[in-house]
Ligand binder design. Structure first.
Ligand SMILES: Cc1cc2nc3c(=O)[nH]c(=O)nc-3n(C[C@H](O)[C@H](O)[C@H](O)COP(=O)(O)OP(=O)(O)OC[C@H]3O[C@@H](n4cnc5c(N)ncnc54)[C@H](O)[C@@H]3O)c2cc1C
Length: 260
């Protein structure tokens, strides 16, 4: 079985995240970067399938030079090899463009049976990648999986959203996006970290994918950020003095806010 796991290096949630004044894209250099935690769960799910049977796990990312750290982390968990699509022209790519690039890159990995992704990245948060990739590859996409079974050429998931849980099944090849509850990702062992240094990482540019500079990045993207403003600092909120009428005052406040 040939499994591809999509990983993304994102700004560390705890570090300051800003947009650059020049082109209004995320200023990735100014913040610490980490492998998006949801992607560790996607890698973990691939490794569980590999350990339960026979599979090769390929990590795939579209990202700048420093995304190599995220790739090494995923390889140190136990994945076999990686593909790093890294090209200046990709800077500022929107979600549709990133999906196009990922679809082309999946095509370079050979006969792929399953693509695993996170259900939502902590930076872009479009939560649409799995669906878009399925559409571009002509494969079914099963999203927000908090349980996954792969057997007899099919993938079955328990799809969990705010609306509830439903069972969804599709024939392979397929794209599956995982949710936070699907598993507890393993910590890389020292042996795993050392082995990761020797695992193959193939670097691709857009020309290797048959794409032109005008089709990707800010130039090829449908979405442009026009302007941005920092979020206003949180106000302290209204203080209620309870002189026996605290409940009354809170009720009046909630009515005033049209919350009740
Ligand atoms: C603050 C911010 C706002 C943005 N707003 C928009 C917007 O409104 N519209 C828009 O089209 N684009 C937007 N983008 C760009 C968009 O985030 C990127 O194109 C991104 O690569 C794909 O979208 P996502 O992260 O939202 O994907 P999601 O669908 O949220 O990501 C889900 C999963 O897809 C996979 N994945 C996503 N990106 C990659 C990648 N580069 N390499 C490998 N796997 C990946 C990962 O498994 C990830 O867990 C924004 C980016 C930022 C940082």
């Amino acid at each position: 079985m040939n499994i591809v796991v999509l990983i993304k290096q994102v700004p560390d949630t705890w570090s300051e995240r800003t947009l650059s004044d020049s082109d209004k894209t995320l200023d990735r250099a100014s913040s610490d970067a980490v492998l998006d935690e949801i992607n560790e769960r996607a890698v973990e799910e691939a490794l569980k399938i590999k350990e339960a049977g026979d599979a090769e796990v390929t990590i795939l990312t579209v990202g700048p030079d420093r995304a190599t750290d995220a790739i090494r982390k995923a390889l140190s968990m136990g994945a076999d090899k990686a593909v790093h699509v890294n090209d200046e022209a990709l800077h500022g790519s929107d979600a549709v463009t990133t999906a196009k690039v990922l679809a082309k890159a999946v095509g370079t990995v050979g006969d792929v049976d399953l693509v695993l992704a996170g259900n939502e990245a902590t930076d872009g948060r479009s939560g649409a990648m799995a669906g878009m990739l399925g559409e571009l590859l002509g494969w079914p996409s099963l999203t927000h999986a908090n349980a996954l079974t792969v057997e007899n050429g099919t993938a079955s998931v328990k799809r969990e959203t705010d609306e509830g849980t439903c069972d969804v099944t599709a024939s392979l090849p397929a794209v599956v996006s995982v949710g936070e509850k699907i598993n507890e990702p393993r910590y890389p062992s020292f042996k795993g970290i050392m082995a990761a240094k020797k695992k193959p990482v193939s670097a691709l540019g857009i020309s290797d994918l048959g794409l032109e500079a005008g089709e990707v990045g800010l130039a090829g993207s449908l979405v442009q950020v026009d302007s941005f403003a920092p979020r206003p600092p949180k106000s302290g909120g209204q203080k209620v003095e309870d002189e026996g009428d605290g409940g009354q005052k809170i009720a009046e406040f909630l009515v005033g806010q049209k919350l009740i």
